[in-house]
Design a protein around this ligand. Structure first.
Ligand SMILES: Nc1ncnc2c1ncn2[C@@H]1O[C@H](COP(=O)(O)OP(=O)(O)OP(=O)(O)O)[C@@H](O)[C@H]1O
Ligand SMILES: [Mg+2]
Length: 222
């Protein structure tokens, strides 16, 4: 099991009252599985992904990522785990605008002190079909191209778990479908696990399993 989420609760204080965003979410994901998380806007999808990524801490419950309980790790260990074990793809790409496509992909390799990082970054750009755009800046790339660079970057350190939050949200449906196929095929190739948030039913159906959230609870597929 690469990921075990147990009885996860997320409560926040907002406008003077407690709001329950996740209300006892449990979820098991096995290694190499591709899971799509769906649900209406506000159902807690991004909150769940953020907690799995260790970007925030839950009110209660447990998250075991690759054998490590992450909910009570200190910031340093959490940051290291995030860097080594998790790749992220976001709706808005989050590329660094002052770096070229190649440099964006090389960034995690550089932060981790890996050798041959430009060669490796070039291989990754090749895998997403963008080696001829290596020297372009994000502003010179289309949305779909920027997302492909972001995918190459997310996979650079070969993380066992890849998390993607609405990676096609800013793309037209044909480009979105291509991006999902690319994510699926690269995860298959790397033997990594993919947890993909999308409210596009057709795209969700491309995963091996669909988990549906509603009002902070799993209503199907958990
Ligand atoms: N920091 C916060 N303070 C108060 N409420 C929050 C906070 N973050 C999220 N929420 C609320 O929690 C609920 C779930 O938010 P979340 O972003 O996880 O939903 P989502 O399923 O990802 O929605 P979408 O499909 O629109 O991206 C929403 O009602 C949101 O308003
Ligand atoms: Mg969201």
């Amino acid at each position: 099991m690469i990921l075990q989420v147990r009885d996860l609760v997320m409560r926040l204080r907002s406008g003077g009252r407690d709001v329950t965003i996740l209300d006892g979410v449990s979820l098991d994901v096995t290694a190499r599985e591709t899971v799509a998380v769906t649900g209406p806007s506000g159902s807690g999808k991004s909150t769940l992904l953020g907690l799995i990524a260790g970007l925030d801490r839950p009110t209660a419950g447990s998250i075991v990522l690759d054998g490590v309980e992450i909910t009570n790790l200190d910031e340093n260990r959490l940051a290291r785990l995030r860097r080594d074990r998790v790749g992220f793809v976001f709706q808005s790409y989050h590329l660094i605008p002052t770096l070229t496509a190649l440099e964006n992909v090389a960034m995690p390799l550089e932060l981790a002190g890996r050798p041959r990082r430009l060669e490796r970054a070039r291989e990754l750009l090749d895998a997403v079909g963008l080696v001829d755009r290596a020297d372009h800046y994000p502003s010179q790339l289309s949305g779909g191209e920027q997302q492909r660079v972001a995918i190459a970057r997310a996979l650079a350190l070969r993380p066992p778990l890849v998390l993607a939050d609405e990676p096609t949200g800013n793309l037209d449906s044909a480009t979105g479908a291509q991006i999902i196929e690319l994510l699926l095929s690269l995860n298959r190739e790397h033997g990594s696990t993919l947890v993909l948030v999308t409210h596009d039913e057709a795209l969700a159906g491309r995963g091996q399993r669909v988990v549906a959230l509603r009002d902070g609870r799993v209503v199907a597929g958990g």
